[in-house]
Design a protein. Structure first.
Length: 549
C-alpha cells in the first residue's frame, strides 16, 4: 500500500461518538417509560370507558390494513380477551372496498355503542359526525399528524396533537393503542400484565419506520430480547421464517414485517390479524372474509399456524410480483425534479404503490410520489397513491404545502397516502418542481459519516462495542466503518464475494459484487458488522470497496 498518513479512530473514540448520539434517550428500561396518562385525553377516555364497561356496551375496534394498524387491532383484542370482555369485535378495512380507516359505512355495517379507532381516525370527519348524530361514543387512538382541525370525537388520543406533552411524538399507532389499554387497566384496577404485548408492538414500530430512539428504542430492544423465547404462538411461527439465529431490527424490517404487510397490500389484511390472534384458546378462528384457499384451517393450533404462515408467504410472493411489474411501469414514465420524483399510472395495483414509492425514493435519492387512477365508485376523477421520504426530508410538511392542491392525505414524516384530482395533477407536478429547499425532520441525532479505523481494531471486541447501541434502524442508523485492508483470499459465491484479510481474523462478504479484486490487493472498504448465522462469529458486510494499491 502506498505510504500516506491518515487518522484513524480508536475503539474508545467510536464508543464516545455513539454514546454522544444516544445519551439523551432517557428510557433505558420498561420501568422508565412514561405514564399512560401523559398522553392527552388518555386518562379521561380510560375512566369513561371503565365506567361504561359495567353496562356491557358493544365495542367496535376499527384498525388499518398495514402492519401497524393490524397489530394495534390485535393488541386491543388480546387486551380485552385478558379482561374476559366478550362484547367486542374488530374490523380491518379492505383498502379496495372500504378505503382507509373508519368510515360511516363501516360503522353502519357493524352496529356498536362505542367505536375505538387504532392507527387511524385523525382525519375521520364524516365518521365522527355520524357517530355524534347516532349517539355512538367515538374514541380515536392514532399517531398520524393532524390537519388544522380535528374530528368531533368524544376523545382523541394522539401524541402528534400540538398540546399533547407526551415525551415522544413519533410513536406507532400500535404503541398508542397499547398505552390506551394500559390507561384502561389502571382505571379498571385490574392486575394483568400488558408487557408481553410489547413483543407485537416492536414489530409495528419497525414496520412503520418509527425512529428507533427514546421510547421506541426501549420497546424494540425489549421485543428483540424476548423474541427468541416468546410464548406467542404466532411469533414462534414467524421466527421459523427468519434466516438467522441472531435477530436484529434489520432482520425484522426485511423479513417479517413485509410478510405481515403483504396481506393488507393485497386486500386481505384480516389474514394477518387472525394469524397473530391465534393462541391455544383461539385456534378455531376461521377467516370469513373470502373463500380462497388461504383460509386458516381450524383443525389444531399447529395446523392453523402453518396455514396462516403459508397464506402470508403466498400473499407476499404475489405482492413481490405485482410490485416488480408496477415499478418497471413507474420508472418508464417517471418525472424527475430536482427535489422529488412523481409517477402516474391508470391501472396500477393500489396495494403496492407504497412499496414502489419507497423503491423509487431509494433509486432516485429523493422523495417519491406514485399515483394511480382509483377504481372506487364515484371517485373515477381521482388519482390515489403513496409517497415516501428520502433521508431526513419531512414528507408531511411537503404535503401540507400542497394542501390546496390535494384531496385527502395523511401520514407522518417518512410515509404518507394521498389523493389528487386528475385535473390537478399538473398543478401538483408544478408544486414539486418549485421546491428548492425541502423541510427537514426535527432530530437530535448527530451525523457520524464513515468512521475510519485501523485493521487491527476489527475484532470481536469492536463488534461487542457496536452491539451495545442496538437496535439500529430508522433514527439510529448502523455505523458505517471504513478501513484500508489487504486481501488475503477471495471466494466467489454466485454473485457475491467472500474475503479474508491480513491483520484481522474477521472475514468479510460483499453482496452482488461487480468489481474485480485479486489476492494481495489493497482496498478502501466501507462496511457494517453483523453476526454470521453460519459461523456464529462477527463478519464485515462490505457496502463499497475501491482498489487503492
Amino acid at each position: 500500500m502506498p505510504q500516506q498518513a491518515y487518522k484513524t479512530l480508536s475503539k474508545g473514540e467510536i464508543y464516545a461518538l455513539l454514546h454522544n448520539r444516544t445519551k439523551q434517550w432517557d428510557f433505558p428500561t420498561l420501568s422508565t417509560l412514561p405514564h399512560p396518562y401523559q398522553l392527552k385525553s388518555c386518562e379521561q377516555a380510560s375512566h369513561f370507558l371503565a365506567q361504561k364497561m359495567r353496562e356491557k356496551p358493544k365495542i367496535l375496534v376499527v384498525g388499518d390494513y398495514d402492519v401497524d394498524g393490524v397489530i394495534a387491532s390485535v393488541v386491543m383484542m388480546k387486551f380485552f380477551a385478558l379482561l374476559g370482555y366478550e362484547h367486542i369485535s374488530y374490523v380491518i378495512p379492505s383498502r379496495f372496498s372500504d378505503g382507509y380507516g373508519v368510515s360511516k359505512a363501516i360503522i353502519e355495517a357493524n352496529p356498536s355503542d362505542i367505536v375505538i379507532t387504532v392507527d387511524n381516525g385523525t382525519t375521520a370527519y364524516e365518521a365522527a359526525a355520524y357517530c355524534k348524530q347516532q349517539g355512538i361514543t367515538l374514541i380515536i387512538t392514532d399517531h398520524h399528524i393532524p390537519k388544522e382541525s380535528l374530528p368531533e370525537a368524544d376523545f382523541i388520543i394522539n401524541p402528534q396533537q400540538k398540546d399533547c406533552t407526551f415525551p415522544q411524538k413519533e410513536i406507532c399507532g400500535a404503541l398508542v393503542a397499547w398505552y390506551f389499554c394500559a390507561g384502561l387497566k389502571i382505571a379498571l384496577g385490574v392486575n394483568i400484565s400488558l408487557v408481553p404485548l410489547l413483543e407485537l408492538v416492536m414489530l409495528a414500530t419497525i414496520a412503520d419506520m418509527m425512529p428507533l430512539t427514546q421510547i421506541n428504542k426501549c420497546i424494540v430492544l425489549y421485543g428483540l430480547k424476548q423474541l427468541p423465547t416468546s410464548q406467542n404462538p404466532a411469533l414462534q411461527k414467524l421466527k421459523t421464517y427468519l434466516k438467522t439465529r441472531y435477530i436484529t431490527a434489520t432482520d425484522i424490517a426485511f423479513s417479517l414485517t413485509p410478510l405481515l404487510n403483504a396481506a393488507g397490500r393485497m386486500g386481505e389484511g384480516r389474514i394477518a390479524s387472525e394469524f397473530l390472534l391465534l393462541d391455544s384458546g383461539n385456534f378455531s378462528s376461521a377467516l370469513t372474509q373470502d373463500d380462497r384457499a388461504h383460509r386458516l384451517k381450524a383443525c389444531s393450533l399447529a395446523s392453523a399456524l402453518d396455514s396462516g404462515l403459508q397464506a402470508l408467504i403466498a400473499l407476499n410472493q404475489a405482492r413481490k410480483d405485482t410490485a416488480k411489474s408496477v415499478l418497471e411501469s413507474a420508472k418508464a414514465c417517471v418525472i424527475v425534479y430536482e427535489n422529488a420524483v412523481i409517477a402516474r399510472g391508470d391501472d396500477w395495483h393500489e396495494g403496492v404503490l407504497g412499496i414502489v414509492a419507497a423503491q423509487m425514493a431509494n433509486f432516485y435519492k429523493r422523495p417519491a410520489f406514485v399515483l394511480s387512477r382509483t377504481k372506487e365508485p364515484g371517485l373515477e376523477s381521482m388519482l390515489k397513491g403513496s409517497a415516501r421520504s428520502f433521508g431526513e426530508v419531512d414528507l408531511m410538511s411537503m404535503l401540507l404545502g400542497a394542501n390546496e392542491i390535494l384531496g385527502e392525505f395523511g401520514g407522518h414524516s417518512k410515509a404518507a397516502g394521498l389523493s389528487v384530482e386528475i385535473a390537478s395533477f399538473d398543478e401538483l407536478c408544478a408544486y414539486l418542481d418549485s421546491l428548492s429547499v425541502l423541510p427537514k425532520c426535527q432530530t437530535t441525532q448527530e451525523e457520524l459519516g464513515a468512521l475510519l479505523i485501523d485493521v487491527s481494531d476489527i475484532n470481536e471486541e469492536l463488534f461487542a462495542l457496536l452491539q451495545e447501541f442496538e437496535p439500529y434502524g430508522q433514527g439510529n442508523p448502523k455505523p458505517i466503518l471504513q478501513a484500508r485492508l489487504q486481501i488475503r483470499q477471495i471466494q466467489s459465491i454466485k454473485q457475491h464475494r467472500k474475503f479474508s484479510f491480513f491483520g484481522t481474523d474477521i472475514g468479510g462478504i460483499y453482496f452482488f459484487c461487480e468489481q474485480k479484486f485479486e489476492a494481495r490487493d489493497w482496498i478502501l472498504a466501507s462496511f457494517t458488522m453483523q453476526m454470521d448465522s453460519y459461523s456464529g462469529k462477527p463478519i464485515m458486510v462490505l457496502q463499497e470497496a475501491e482498489r487503492i494499491g
